[in-house]
Design a binder for this molecule. Sequence first.
Ligand code: TXA
Ligand code: MG
Length: 338
Amino acid sequence: MSPEDRSGGLIIEADDAGIARALECLHAGLVVAFPTETVYGLGADAASAAGVAAIYRIKGRPLDHPLIVHIADADALGYWAEEHPRARRLVETFWPGPLTLVMRRHAQAPAHACAGHATIGLRCPSHPVARRLLAGFAATGGRGIAAPSANRFGRVSPTRAEHVRADLDGDVPLILDGGDAEIGLESTIIDLSTDRPRLLRPGAIAGSALAEVLGEPIGGAGSAAPRVPGSLAAHYAPGTPIELVHAGELADRVASLRKGGLRLAVWSREPCLANSVDWLAAPSDPQEYGRMLYDGLRRLDQLGVDRLLIEAVPAGEPWDAVRDRLARAATGSGAQEP
Ligand code: TXA
Ligand code: MG
């Protein structure tokens, strides 16, 4: 690796040569950033203690927070986890795709990525670049790629290669470019490690779709859920304080904060017509909203205003994942007082 590569956070095309370079890095115990259909991941060989340690160091992630291991196909499940009929049913329907299964870890599986937990998160992504990378890794003896989202701990997840460079510049030797993430929000996580399946993180695959395939109800993340990063109230936050406001209260809130001298940006479906307030149009379709959420937060964050006012999204399951990420972003940004 040349010094230029190390300092540049190099974005490279995900052609055969790019994939080959990424595989070299992975096998050498280094990290690479790569695209998935949800968000970009910061990957390392899940069986390499040094590689996994580099992920934690670069992200600034607490060492007791487990990572998701990405695998090439459902056949690789049996190496990492104790097989379970529920898992089989779900992967037949939803893999490859934006679903992570938390399962009991197999005794033979390396524990570096699990942060000491007896369980392991497993996902088989559908993005063509991720699939080629994982297939290439498996073909060269690799078992799985541990990868959290490629952002610093607690910050907004990256949905394009440029976001990764902006966040992790200088710390990542190589960023595979796979264009804009199609989904834009992290995978749905379901915990299959206990008697009753539980949803740990909402995502593009709805809880009701999982329940239908399993033929049984699934619980929400209860108080017994392991304390892991996706379950922290404050997460996915930009630097500017965020306030969530219902549509009907937006105009009054803008007026009162402006009276107090605050510079504002508003993200809502209806245009905000107040003078000198930056406005970004919010999609009214939940998939479209999910796709642009993190990029929107980054753009709003760069305006340098004092506060972001974001219109609360509708109730109902199609909005669960977006609502979850907005709530965490607002909590993490520290502007929840009305
Ligand atoms: O869409 C995604 O899942 C992306 C892409 C890169 O695949 N990855 C991602 O990773 O969001 P990360 O590290 O930012 O979030 C991983 C989440 C944690 O928040 C945690 O809730 C859950 O996975 N997780 C991983 N292993 C777990 C385990 N053993 N038990 C419970 N939760 C686990
Ligand atoms: Mg993350």
